[in-house]
Design a binder for this molecule. Structure first.
Ligand SMILES: Cc1cc2nc3c(=O)[nH]c(=O)nc-3n(C[C@H](O)[C@H](O)[C@H](O)COP(=O)(O)OP(=O)(O)OC[C@H]3O[C@@H](n4cnc5c(N)ncnc54)[C@H](O)[C@@H]3O)c2cc1C
Length: 388
């Protein structure tokens, strides 16, 4: 494959600042040089490239749009472009950065005490410690408000009991942000690896997100020090605010995966000959390529405007839901079309389409399923809740 040049049919680059383009160029080059040579092997062997974590930290991926505490403090369009380029490499890498930044650093940054911020944020930004976010439970996915994990005040500490599942980074995390009900109200707790009563295990046999750590967290009479509760996080709104940050990154990230699939399919169709001609010369093939490019372009425009609104402090969570829903649908559809255009080769890891396609099945489901985002926007425009 030639070097990735990006997909920019509508000249969106003209709207980017020199700094935003510089950041994208740096991440793009890093992904080409460091991720692309090893990602198919990682995927095949069900392994996250942990060796890249220090470099990811060095490039400022972790909590990039937060300010202070060793974070890069970039604007939200730059942050989105970083997520786009990372996910152009693999959704597993973007997931790692999303969890570390949006689901672990953001809640500490937003709901934590000054001591908690000083203690954890710089180390998380430097990648010295890895975090995870424990919200989903075996019986409560789309409806996290029904969670069964409890915290009980035991004087100088809390006692946590429960199980969290489908947790990115669970089995390798040094620090878990665990959501539990204390006197019936949801609170966030910082649970360090090695805390008595706390353990984790990987989930095996995934056919999606194979280059990503995913596991379960177990809390059995887990003793969490009093100072490890996030003082400002109260109620379901707190974890939902974290998810909103991550969903913003996902809306951008999946565009990267779609761009990778489109570019690969375009090159393939120009080179692959059937009936004595490049398959790109057939009308049905061109239609697919044009559909892919059109949907990518529309998704890029959504992201750009979403970034502007976020930087202006005006973005609504429903607007993020609309973009997460649309762009995940779009990316999955583009990946499937690319897989089709690659014919039999499309089912091998020699090409990117099948890896992105299977990853995107997860991205479509996590951080709010397609249905849930439909209902969030539906609620917003009609005023009627249709979740239950
Ligand atoms: C690889 C991976 C990584 C993940 N990482 C994390 C993580 O780091 N932290 C974390 O906390 N969670 C994580 N998750 C969990 C993820 O957020 C959940 O899988 C997701 O929220 C869906 O929950 P569920 O799997 O229990 O499905 P369910 O909620 O059981 O949904 C199953 C189906 O029912 C539909 N459905 C449910 N309720 C409604 C409704 N009211 N109306 C219409 N349809 C409905 C859903 O849309 C879906 O189609 C991860 C998941 C995966 C696969």
């Amino acid at each position: 494959m030639p070097e990735f040049e990006g997909v920019d049919y509508y000249g969106l680059d003209e709207l980017l600042s020199e700094e935003q383009k510089r950041i994208r160029k740096t991440v793009r080059a890093w992904v080409d040089e460091r991720v692309m040579p090893l990602i198919a092997d990682c995927y095949e062997n069900h392994r996250f490239p942990d060796e890249l974590i220090p470099e990811m930290a060095e490039l400022g991926f972790f909590g990039a749009n937060l300010k202070g505490y060793g974070c890069a403090g970039v604007d939200n369009i730059s942050y989105g472009l970083m997520m786009q380029e990372l996910e152009r490499g693999d959704s597993g890498l973007r997931s790692m950065a999303s969890v570390q930044g949006s689901l672990v650093m953001y809640p500490i940054y937003t709901f934590g005490s000054e001591e908690q911020k000083q203690k954890y944020l710089p180390a998380l930004a430097r990648g010295e410690i890895v975090g995870c976010f424990g919200l989903t439970e075996p019986e409560h996915g789309s409806d996290p408000g029904g969670m069964e994990t409890t915290a009980v005040d035991a004087g100088d500490h809390y006692v946590l009991n429960g199980t969290k599942t489908w947790i990115t980074n669970a089995d390798v995390a040094d620090l878990a942000v665990v959501w539990a009900k204390l006197d019936g109200e949801i609170h966030g707790f910082l649970v360090e690896k090695g805390t008595p009563g706390f353990s984790a295990a990987p989930i095996e046999g995934k056919f999606s997100m194979r280059a990503s750590h995913t596991g379960e967290l177990y809390l059995n009479d887990c003793k969490v020090p009093k100072e490890n509760r996030l003082p400002e996080a109260r109620g379901l709104k707190a974890p939902l605010m974290c998810l909103n940050q991550a969903r913003y990154g996902i809306a951008w990230g999946v565009v990267g995966a779609a761009m990778a699939c489109y570019e690969e399919a375009l090159h393939y169709c120009l080179e692959r000959k059937q009936f004595g001609k490049p398959i790109a010369s057939f009308q049905l093939v061109q239609e697919k390529l044009v559909d892919m490019l059109t949907e990518i372009t529309k998704a890029q425009l959504l992201c750009f405007r979403l970034g502007q609104l976020k930087d202006q402090g005006k973005v609504k969570h429903t607007q993020i839901s609309l973009a997460k829903r649309n762009n995940c649908r779009m990316a999955l559809d583009v990946a499937r079309k690319a897989r089709d255009l690659l014919g039999g080769n499309g089912i091998t890891l020699d090409y990117q389409a099948i890896r992105h396609m299977t990853n995107l099945e997860t991205v479509y489901t996590y951080e709010g399923t397609d249905h849930i985002h439909t209902l969030i926007v539906g609620h917003d425009i009609t005023g009627i809740e249709a979740y239950r």
